[in-house]
Design a protein around this ligand. Sequence first.
Ligand code: SF4
Ligand code: SF4
Length: 490
Amino acid sequence: MRDIAAVSRPRLSGIAQPFHRGGFLPPVAARIEAFFVRYRHAIWLVHAGMFVVFLSLLFGPAVLKASSDNANAFGAFTAFANGAIWSVWFPLVFLSVIFTGRSWCGLLCPMGAASAWVNKIGPKLAIPAWVRWPGTPIISFLVVTVWAHTTGARDNAEAIAIVFGSIFIAAVALGFFFGRNKRAWCRHMCPIGLLLGVFSRIGVVQFCAKRPESGGDTWVEKTACPTMINLNRKTESRHCIECFRCVSPKSKAGLYLRLRSPGEEVAAIREHNGNLSEVLFLFTGTGASLGGFLWLVLDSYQALRTAIGDWVIDREWYWLGEPGPMWLMAVYPHEREVLRWFDFFLISGYMMSWMAIITAALVAATAGAAWLARRAGGDAPFGRGFIELGYQFLPVAMVSLLLGLGGDLFEALGSLGLGVDEVSLIKGILFVGAFLWGLRLGWGLLARQGVLASACWHRRAGFLYCPARSAVLSSPPRGIRPFSQSRRLR
Ligand code: SF4
Ligand code: SF4
């Protein structure tokens, strides 16, 4: 087998020093690491099993529905598959990033595994610039979110098969053509990967270089990492799918697993490659998901639909009253659910409008905060301050997305015996908790910028995200001034 650790060994290495794992519960981290390294050769078996399970859940109900003899089996299996996808899979995978990072991607996801498998037999073309553009996964996420709503993927077996089947085909096609033994889809385009990657930044799992090099994260094709991370310069969690390929416990090079306190990376985002595209994703993704939730529950949406419908009829635009293709919108006459072109445009426009409103509000609030922070003595230029402070919304965005896209989880809680009030209370606690966590993150980010009041308050409260701080103080990246040497604190 190829010596993976050797790939990540620094070229100008001197005598290797033993690394200090640090972090939270280092013996536990070492054991988890040893377990996965020992069994990583068998991960393909898990992928193969998941491939069968996932395809059965996605396509089984649609296939059974096509067979009129299987009405009972269809009903039972459809309910099961729908519950498994929307009440179990989505919420659990989403929440798992806090406890296990992108373990879904590296250890379980059959889509990413299929993309990697076909890459072995494909032409291995260079990854085009439009794929590598940071905005590509954001557009991919927004399109899939709106598309899932217009096709009715929450409730219809055919729509689930169409939406997820198309994502599956796109993952395999991109993997087949582009990259050399890499996962171009997972790194650059997957909407689920974007979601999990950005939120994995507040998780407790981190892979760190034993012999870190300065210079910050870069995208590189000549690496053992399937998501093209420059291993010794890795500082961010977003693109790490936890495949354990770069980990070799006995080697003095390569990466190691470290457990940390939740939010540590975000509190020190300046040292972890925070960037504008992720902040914009937090804003736009939250807005689109909120729009997707609101058009289903607000009476005002129906009032708007009636008003615009009358306006359209007055102009005799009757083609807008025709149903469109099933791959684009829900057309199920036997279930009394038929969307027309008018509904398609209205739902898409409604969701995009909410996206624009929420994004504008969050951009204005963050820009105001960055401007004030600068006036209060913060050391970050306006642009960088904006990006850093944008990350304070991460917990609230996470809960908003969970409520907006994973609403079935809460309905399932209701069917487990919890009343409406209890479910609402859980939602409220989640939201308040996320809000308070966001406040704490914001305060910490301001302190890190050297905003005096925030920094003093943090120091008095002993509230300085100690692991992150000590990590940065012990080995500050080039060009970054340790917090204790900030001009505002001298
Ligand atoms: S990035 Fe997407 S396709 Fe790749 S492993 Fe993660 S969820 Fe699966
Ligand atoms: S950094 Fe290591 S564990 Fe993470 S994706 Fe790359 S090779 Fe896998």
